[in-house]
Design a binder for this molecule. Structure first.
Ligand code: TMP
Length: 212
């Protein structure tokens, strides 16, 4: 029995997800809720090991199919070890990326197509989906600039071609259009405080929360 809510943040490189997750976590905590923040790929000991295989090294290190399988393997461990136990304990789980990232990056970016990702999704997560998903939309040219300033290794995806990032951006917008009840698109090219308020208001509406 899952008692908490599961909220995911999605978007291309440098969209500002991490900052906004912190903001929403602070707000929910101030409301007296217990919050777990986590990320994919990663979020459990085993999944963090798989993460380092995915985010380091040359762009052509893995085929698109192998990459999708690694992301789903990491996700399965993360769900079993971190996400499901936290939700069962009544925590609200805020997760930096989830299945929509595999659809956008591997399905659209690497052009594996929707069907293969949907099949893997069915096998690995069945019908487990977020209660609410924030898709932070940014022009890849400026997002990659921001991500570059952050630096610090883990740049395998940043090193992929601009066209790859443009395809995955269009992918995220398509994912949101197909599932408007779960997803909301936010323009990530604004002031941090304004975006935080928009996300809070959307979460409150979608999840029927008291905003005080
Ligand atoms: P992060 O930089 O947001 O932590 O994510 C690491 C990279 O992994 C990022 O470039 C997006 C990529 N990614 C995928 O390609 N597919 C996935 O399923 C996930 C979760 C992330």
């Amino acid at each position: 029995m899952l008692r908490g809510k599961f909220i995911t943040f999605e978007g291309g490189e440098g969209a500002g997800k991490t900052t906004q997750i912190k903001r929403l976590a602070q707000w929910l905590t101030a409301q007296g809720r217990q919050v777990t923040t986590t990320r994919e790929p990663g979020g459990s000991a085993g999944a963090e090991q798989i993460r380092s295989l995915l985010v380091n090294g040359p762009a052509d290190r893995w085929s698109a199919s192998t990459e999708a399988l690694l992301h789903f393997a990491a996700r399965r461990d993360h769900l079993e070890k971190t996400v499901i136990p936290a939700l069962e304990a009544g925590h609200w789980v805020l997760c930096d990326r989830f299945v929509d990232s595999t659809m956008a990056y591997q399905g659209y970016g690497h052009q594996l197509g929707r069907e293969i990702i949907e099949q893997l999704q069915t096998i690995v997560v069945a019908d487990f989906l977020p209660d609410f998903t924030v898709i932070m939309d940014i022009d890849p040219a400026s997002g990659l600039g921001r991500a570059g300033e952050r630096a610090g290794g883990e740049d395998r995806y940043e090193s992929m071609a601009l066209e790859f990032h443009q395809r995955l951006r269009a992918g995220f917008l398509d994912i949101a259009a197909r599932d408007p009840e779960r997803c909301a698109v936010i323009d990530a090219d604004g002031a941090i405080d304004d975006i935080a308020v928009q996300i809070r208001e959307l979460a409150a509406q979608r999840l029927s929360l008291d905003q005080t």
